[in-house]
Design a protein around this ligand. Structure first.
Ligand code: ADP
Ligand code: MG
Length: 455
């Protein structure tokens, strides 16, 4: 177990360099490390008024310094004597072990092996990610060439790490002599912290990173507020860039939104190409599901794929999670993955999601989409321009919401449940007929779903 005192002493060294001598002496010097609660370091001071001052003026600085010493610490709590007993009761004995693991973990990144599942051919390309994909391929063909640095940004679970591994796999295969290093920003920070122990480790750190042909740093947003690491990265960046080595960075946000971030680093991030990845549209989501199911030798019908896809828009990892649930459920029940099985498998999830709109919203949105009035659609008129929206709205309500058929009949001018079933099945059959008409229908249905989700 690591000694909490060692951690605190290392932190104090940093703080003494950062704070005015007098502030350091009055507020920091006398703080006493007590214990860890979760990933929070608990420090004790002498009085309530000094606690107030420290919390107000120094807590952030203390936290920053502790995190630099060991990034696993996520918070700092300042207490006074009377709170000590309570804290000790909640203290976490296991954290000490974790700290040790973090500290001794060696960064053997040269032998890093990329995930073989994350390749370009496994990556489904759509409008939302085509720029990032093309750039990643271009860089893989000519490392050190155009688009340096390549800065890929986008929300969680949208394929940034996948693309980085794909680049790694590709370059490894095509240019086996090239040294590629992939590192998460957390690890880079930990490595930097480790490196500042003495001059020998410092030199080793710099050498390690400047000696590669391609450096990939994942999730760079975590470098915000890490002053020391930013400085180190600035030098790494310059070393590599000047030698035409490629730098590839990912982030959950564009450089301008990473804060605080040294300006000179921010501008460097923008020197090459900024490629964003947006949430995928429904066609791309369906294609991703099909590809994943194929890889598992699992038959996924169009309607089940589009059902799953319509329930997850912003995160491909979660989309895969839904598919896994459906596959698992179908295997467990020994039945093929019909729409009914899929709905059952995802019922818990979908119910919470569906609260955003009800059957009336589906009706009004469908009418709006086709430019017809609700009265005409729920009425008796048999003209095609009304019948089509009527059946589609009924189908969508059955497909997306769990509303009893009689209630749907009620909404549609008192039609009986057989009529509702007929409309639902007619559209469902048309969709799966796979001809020109079905294509058009699918697009219409997806558009209406999009409108509903974006309401
Ligand atoms: P991020 O790093 O952006 O958070 P990941 O790269 O970890 O996201 O992707 C999450 C999951 O989604 C991975 O399993 C990945 O294979 C998959 N994924 C993301 N985008 C695509 C895509 N375009 N085609 C196929 N799979 C994808
Ligand atoms: Mg990632």
């Amino acid at each position: 177990m690591i000694d909490i005192n060692t951690l605190w002493n290392d932190t104090k060294i940093k703080l003494s360099a950062r704070l005015q001598a007098i502030s350091y002496e009055v507020w920091i010097e006398k703080l006493e490390p007590i214990c860890f609660i979760g990933h929070t370091l608990v420090l004790q001071t002498g009085s309530q008024s000094s606690k107030n001052t420290i919390v107000k003026n120094y807590r952030e600085t203390i936290l920053e310094a502790v995190k630099e010493v060991n990034p696993i610490i996520s918070d700092v709590k300042i207490i006074i004597e009377s709170e000590k007993a309570d804290c000790l009761k909640q203290q976490d004995y296991t954290l000490g072990d974790e700290l040790v693991v973090k500290k001794v973990e060696k960064s053997d990144d040269a032998g890093f092996s990329f995930n073989k599942k994350y390749t370009f051919s496994n990556f489904v390309v759509g409008k939302s990610n085509e720029l990032a994909f093309a750039a990643a391929q271009a860089v893989s063909e000519h490392p050190g060439g155009r688009f340096n640095p390549l800065f890929i940004y986008g929300g969680v679970g949208l394929g940034k790490t996948h693309l980085m591994h794909a680049i790694g796999n590709y370059i490894n295969a095509k240019f086996p002599q090239k040294r590629i290093m992939y590192i998460t920003t957390d690890k880079y920070i930990a490595d930097y912290v480790e490196s500042i122990r003495d001059s020998k480790t410092s030199v080793a750190f710099r050498e390690k990173y400047r000696s590669v042909d391609v450096l990939m740093i994942d999730d760079i947003q975590f470098i915000a507020s890490k002053q020391g690491t930013q400085e180190a990265l600035f030098h790494t960046f310059n070393d590599l860039y000047q030698n035409d080595k490629h730098i590839i960075i990912s982030s959950d946000r564009p450089p301008k939104e990473i804060a605080p971030l040294e300006e000179r680093l921010r501008t460097r991030f923008q020197w090459g190409l900024l490629a964003d990845i947006q949430p995928p549209d429904i066609e791309t989501r369906i294609a991703i599901l099909k590809k994943k199911a194929d890889a598992e030798n699992f038959y996924l019908s169009d309607d089940v794929a589009s059902f799953i896809a319509s329930n997850m828009e912003n995160n491909i990892r979660d989309l895969e999670g839904l598919l896994n649930k459906v596959m698992f459920y179908s295997q467990l029940s020994g039945q093929p993955a019909s729409l009914a099985i899929a709905k059952e498998a995802l019922s818990g999830y979908i119910e919470t999601k569906k609260e955003h709109f009800d059957a009336y919203d589906v009706l009004s949105t469908t009418c709006k989409y086709f430019g017809v009035s609700e009265n005409d659609v729920i009425g008796k008129k048999k003209n095609k321009e009304f019948v089509e929206p009527r059946m589609i709205a009924i189908y969508l309500i059955c497909d997306m919401l769990s509303v009893p058929l009689v209630s749907i009949g009620g909404i549609f001018g008192g039609r009986d449940h057989a009529t509702i079933i007929h409309a639902r099945d007619k559209i469902s059959d048309l969709i799966s007929s796979n001809n020109g008409a079905s294509q058009k229908l699918k697009i219409q249905i997806n558009d209406i779903k999009d409108m509903l989700y974006k309401r």
